[in-house]
Structures are given as C-alpha cells and as structure tokens.
Design a protein around this ligand. Sequence first.
Ligand SMILES: Cc1ncc(COP(=O)(O)O)c(C=O)c1O
Length: 293
Amino acid sequence: MRCQRLGGLELCVKLEYSNPTGSHKDRIAVYMLWGAARDGLLEPGGCVGEISSGNTAASLAWASRLLGVRAVLYVEGRVSPLKESLIRALGGELVRIPRGPEGRRAAVEDMESRGCLYIGQSGNEYNWLAHYETTGREILEQTNWAVDAFVMGVGTGGTLTGVGARLREEVGSTLVAGVSPRGSRLLGGGGGDVIEGLASHDEPRLYLKHSSVVERLIPVASSEAFEGVKQLARATGILAGPSTGAALAGLSRLVEEGLLDRGSRAVIVAADHATRYPDLLERLAAEEGGGRV
Ligand SMILES: Cc1ncc(COP(=O)(O)O)c(C=O)c1O
C-alpha cells in the first residue's frame, strides 16, 4: 500500500499488481480452487474451466498449476497476443470461443465433456470471501483501521463488496462507493463504455447479492478512466491499468460532491499494471510527449 497527499485527501493505493501474476485476481483464484476442493468438487489432478480472457484467466492458470490441477480457459472473441501468451506461459490451456451467449453456452458444454469444473467467478462466493478475508483485512491493518472511503470499479463486484463489507463491519463509517462504465447495465443502461475489467453489458450475480454495503455507484466514462490513469501516474508514479484510473475518477466525483472532508483518507486498489495494456501505454507515451533518443 502506498499513501500520499493528493488534492486535499490522503490517497492510499493498494498495489495488487505486485501479486504473483500481476493482479488482484490471484487472491480469488486461490480461494475459488481451495473452496472447490473443500466442498468436495475438485480433487488433485482434476480440471477447472473458466470463461475469461483477462486477469482471472492468468490467475487461474497460475494457481491451478501450483495446486496440481488442469485449467482450461475460454477466451471470447479477439484477445491480444500478449494476454494469450500470458495465460499459456502460466500453464493454462486456451480455447477460443465466439463472443456472446452462444459461445458461452458452448464453452460450458465443452467443460462438462472434458470433466472440468466451471469456476464462474461472477457468482462464486469464494471470490467475495477472498477479498473479505484477505484484501479487506490487509487494508485495515495497513491503515490502522482509519479508512474514510473505499472506491473500486465493479467487474464481478467481489472486491468492492468483499472489502466494503469488512470495512463497514470494522470501521463502520467508511463510505463504500463503486464505479461502473457510463451507460452500463448496472446503471440502468443497455451496455456502455468499455473499461477493461469492469462489467458493462451484464449484471454480476455476486455484486447484486452483496450490494447493500455500496452507498454509491458512480458512472465513469472511458475517457475519464484514461485521465485518471494519467493523473495517478503524474502524482504518484504509479502506472496502473484503466480500472484504477476509473476508481480515481470516481473518487474525484465524491470530492466534487462534498462527500469527503479535507484530510480524509481514501483507499483505491491498483488492480493491475499499465504494462498489461500496450495500447494504453502507447497513448500515455504519446501524451507525455517525451522525445526518443
Ligand atoms: C483490471 C481489473 N480491474 C477491476 C476488476 C474488477 O474486480 P472485481 O471482479 O472484483 O469486481 C477486474 C475484474 O476482472 C479487473 O480485471
């Protein structure tokens, strides 16, 4: 966790990109596999499947190999070669499927035919529990139980609601706010801006189940997420992915609306690092305008 003053607040950033595969999803991968084993659904040498082309796929590939389990990862549509290589380099088996409900149905059928357990992070309680028991507890310890606000983008909602529940239980007064892409289904739209890692076209079951701890859900445009990445990099040197920029943009909104006093301590999570997004890095480089030598 890195804390520093920024615009009248104390901003604390939990650096989840320092986990083994570079994102907060390592925590849930371990918990979801451990949970499946505990529930008698997975045995050593068994197999798990998940539909994900993002951080969860890499994390499941990593954790499965560690635990001696096969991981088959179904990626929808076109995925960057970097992401595909990451999943395969970590030992995951990759299957490409068409984007949309048909492709997903076929993936679940394929998992069944291979005898793989469908992990389903968007409805998996162990996802929530990982953040309640580990991320939330660490944030409390690292801030000495003084957190005025916690802001996080909603993908499955596991991080926001798991950490949020823990903070509300132990601090009580923490303002828990979610961030969702402008026009998203969660915000009542038909599917909105694309901010990688955040839910735009669907309403994750886990979020819906645990959302009572969330006081605000803030719409953020993808352009604002990019500005947030830039602001964070310039102010702190932390080069995070777009969902972290979106959280910073959401936090700025709370400040503008007068919901946080001067000197308040706000926590956001750097879910992953900008190096995972070559296009984002290129844009940042172009805007910085630094010359080539
Ligand atoms: C980069 C990134 N940020 C944020 C999130 C959202 O996390 P959660 O699924 O816990 O809501 C995700 C989820 O995939 C992600 O990959």
